[in-house]
Design a protein around this ligand. Structure first.
Ligand code: FRU
Length: 485
């Protein structure tokens, strides 16, 4: 360990000592989502399964509650339900990463865990430099840095980052998010036989060739399903269009086919993965069972970020719950992973509840924090569910539309996100102390949001506009942490 790394780790340790208790005391601290102990978390990184454990790393600035020189924080788990916090995996201590060990991915080869990440540098002239770097581990916890394995090719600005590596046949492939010299977002492809030497293959998507546009495409991920390939991207610079692209930055996918020889990803249109407010930079992994698991940053770098009440408690942001993906008829479906059932403690259910037009019903019996609710709609009609008087889910049966509203943190106004759903049959809702994730009709649509209700308000109120009947199955969810570092 060099002196720089020692100095940074000592500073982090001191800061954790000073603020961790305060962070833990925050009533908005989440119970079953992965969080930074203190400081700022953003993208999930390096999702992998190695030596019997899942490994989720995350972009972390432990030295401030703002964006800066990122570290890689690290959680591991046997079962995707309970987690232990591991020692910091990457510290931005070398010249090629001095302004951050930025996002990247992990693969297992020869009994070692290989991390690929972007070394972010602001040089003395104030210009950005970027290096795609490698670090290798035998035990999955301690990493040896191998330094840069890819430098910036011709034709791109230094917005060139977020390597995602996977194996196709016998060859390693890597996609990287990029901005062309002309200022267009793009995804580029590299291949390698040994994970150390990489060959540039070309631009597979974007670069002004796609209708989507955008000035930078971050965090690409290429997923192979039986039905076809899916390219995930987090494009920046997309203008809002009716109900689409409402957040500052988007995250979504295009289905198609990657042809490595011609270095082209032929594909259809871009669809957003999550229509809520707080969802960005998703990453996936394939586990031993062949499941495709996705986790995203349950946050956004937008104008509301500086108003998060958790900043007073020295932490900000979290990861979403892990979701299993399925590609069906060209659509990516997302469902909470089954293992989350292990967190279920107390259960409570209400069968065949009928509400007449105009009736209100308060769901009572178990409080509201850290809950999972499965609502089966038995007789459809328009209704709304008001969550702790701070957020609301509204279903308009005639228009076939679900709207999620919440109060903005900066000016207190109400903002909304909408999806078209011809018939709502099931709402699967994950509520944590300051977050909600709503899965509609078994993952046809997902809406994710942070929200900050009055702490003492634990009301869930159903309000029917027309006659409706539904059943509710509810569970209290336990904490997902079994060991603290
Ligand atoms: C996405 C992103 C990535 C980058 C990382 C830095 O949120 O901007 O492109 O690697 O965050 O923390």
């Amino acid at each position: 360990m060099n002196e720089n790394e020692k100095r940074l780790l000592t500073a982090v340790e001191e800061r954790i000592q000073s603020f961790h208790q305060k962070a833990e005391a925050d009533p908005y601290r989440l119970n079953y989502h992965l969080l930074p102990p203190i400081g700022l978390l953003n993208d999930p990184n390096g999702l992998s399964f190695f030596k019997g454990r899942y490994h989720f790393f995350y972009q972390w600035n432990p030295l401030e509650e703002s964006h800066g020189a990122k570290f890689w924080g690290h959680y591991s788990s046997e079962d995707l339900a309970t987690w232990r916090h591991e020692p910091i995996a990457l510290v931005p201590s070398e010249w090629y990463e001095r302004n951050g060990c930025y996002s990247g991915s992990a693969v297992v080869s020869d009994d070692h865990l290989f991390l690929f990440y972007t070394g972010n540098v602001k040089n003395d002239a104030g210009e950005r430099e970027t290096y795609q770097c490698l670090a290798v581990s035998e035990d999955g916890v301690h990493f040896e840095k191998k330094g840069p394995v890819i430098t910036l090719p011709e034709g791109f600005t230094a917005h060139f980052r977020d390597p995602k590596v996977w194996k196709r046949g016998a060859t390693w492939h890597m996609v990287i998010g990029a901005q062309t010299s002309e200022g267009a977002g793009a995804v580029v492809l590299y291949t390698s036989d040994d994970l150390y030497r990489w060959n540039y293959k070309g631009i597979i998507a974007g670069a002004g060739r796609d209708a989507l546009g955008g000035y930078m495409w971050e965090c690409p991920d290429l997923l192979e399903f039986d039905e076809g390939d899916v390219l995930l991207i987090s494009p920046q610079g997309i203008e809002p269009e009716e109900d689409r692209y409402q957040n500052l930055f988007q995250s979504g996918y295009m289905t198609g086919a990657l042809d490595v020889d011609s270095s082209r990803f032929s594909h259809g249109d871009f669809s957003e993965l999550d229509k809520g407010f707080d969802f960005y930079a998703p990453q996936t992994m394939t586990d031993e069972a062949g499941r495709r698991i996705l986790v995203a940053w349950m946050g956004m770098t937008d104008s509301q970020e500086p108003y998060h009440p958790t900043l007073n408690y020295h932490w900000i942001h979290a990861l979403t719950i892990p979701r299993e993906l399925e590609l069906k008829d060209g659509v990516v479906l997302q469902r909470p992973v089954n293992e989350l059932k292990k967190l279920r403690a107390g259960a409570f259910s209400v069968r065949s509840k009928e509400l007449l037009a105009g009736e209100k019903w308060k769901f009572e019996g178990m409080g509201v924090e850290s809950k999972e609710l499965i609502i089966d709609v038995l007789k459809a009609g328009s209704f709304s569910i008001r969550l702790r008087n701070e957020a609301e889910i509204h279903y308009d049966c005639q228009k076939g539309r679900v709207t999620l509203t919440r109060r903005r943190l900066d000016d207190g106004s109400t903002e909304r996100r909408r999806v078209d759903v011809s018939r709502v049959q099931k709402l699967h809702l994950f509520l944590d102390h300051s977050s909600l994730e709503l899965f509609l009709n078994d993952g046809e649509h997902v809406l994710t949001a942070r929200y900050f209700p009055r702490v003492s308000d634990d009301s869930i109120i159903f309000h029917s506009k027309e006659n409706v009947m539904f059943s509710v199955e509810a569970y209290t969810l336990r904490s997902n942490l079994n060991v603290h570092s």
